[in-house]
Design a binder for this molecule. Structure first.
Ligand code: UTP
Length: 278
């Protein structure tokens, strides 16, 4: 039912300078696969076939990655290296990749609004922030879990997780009423609150399902924290008008936008690789 997934990827990735000077953060590899490919695979598993990326200056490597490289294909044809391209070839064959640019970094809300031309106004869509790498070794990927919930509740859903109290100022934080185990009807949401003012320690991570009425709401939302158009502010309006759910997902999330999370993810995937070879 949810066929389109938006990948806001226009940010500068300043925490990874100097590597992000000329290379998109979303192309940083965890082992041999760039972050954005993990996100696209998760969306594909959830049933999405239109992968819509919001890019910016210096992000062309993303576009090239999701296209056929004829010279390379020719070069490795018939060799055992072909094996390394199986996953990306599947994505290229079965998905349509679309792009638009966000010219100025005015915040995640603005990036999502720019995606309107790609995902349209008539159907719900997924949003994945590729620098939040999610895995669930025990079952469905996080976006698949969310799509299943959407089929039941038909409203916007954000993935949430508990974070230590001294880190609430790094996230959008929700408050709500638990209606099912790990599922909250949101009644408050604040972007990067002061530690002593946070309504809970339930933090929004980079997975969303949004209903298309969010676009009009974003248009009418003023700039918020740090002068940026915050998706959190728009979602609070949507929650007050109707219903927005917070879902404590099953699985593990690595904050690959930070050095610690990036190294942790690398170690996790490398350990799994070693174990799979045993
Ligand atoms: P971040 O703030 O984590 O990414 O935004 P950043 O700005 O690239 O990283 P740092 O802090 O400078 O190191 C979360 C996600 O939202 C996208 C980013 O690309 C990232 O995937 N984003 C953010 C946009 O696409 N546009 C924006 O204006 C802001």
């Amino acid at each position: 039912m949810i066929k389109r997934c938006l990948f806001p990827a226009a940010g500068y990735g300043t925490r990874f300078l100097p590597v992000t000077k000329a290379m998109p953060k979303e192309m940083l590899p965890i082992l041999t696969k760039p972050l954005i490919q993990y996100g696209v695979e998760e969306a594909y598993e959830a049933g999405c076939i239109i992968m819509a990326t919001i890019t910016g200056r210096g992000k062309r490597a993303i576009t090239d990655h999701f296209d056929i490289s004829y010279e390379l294909e020719h070069q490795i044809k018939g060799s055992d290296k072909e094996e390394l391209l199986v996953e990306i070839r599947t994505l290229i064959k079965n998905c349509t990749f679309t792009y638009t640019r966000q010219n100025e970094m005015k915040g995640l809300g603005d990036a999502i609004l720019k995606g309107r031309v790609l995902v349209g106004d008539s159907a719900p869509f997924a949003v994945i922030l590729a620098d939040d790498l999610c895995v669930n070794p025990d079952g469905d990927g996080v976006m698949t879990q969310m799509v299943k919930l959407y089929e039941k509740y038909r409203c916007s859903i954000v993935a949430i997780m508990e974070v230590p109290h001294d880190q609430v100022n790094k996230y959008g934080i929700i408050a709500g009423r638990e209606v099912e185990n790990g599922l909250y009807i949101i009644d408050d949401m604040v972007e990067k609150p002061d530690i002593d003012k946070a309504p809970s320690n339930l933090a929004i991570i980079g997975r969303y399902i949004l209903t298309p009425d969010i676009f009009k709401i974003i248009e009418n939302t003023p700039a918020g924290k740090n002068g940026e158009l915050q998706i959190t502010d728009a979602l609070l309006t949507q929650a007050k008008k109707g219903m927005v759910l917070g879902y404590k997902f099953q699985g593990k999330r690595f904050d690959c936008g930070s050095l610690d999370g990036f190294v942790e993810a690398t170690n996790y995937f490398y350990k799994n690789l070693q174990e799979s070879k045993k």
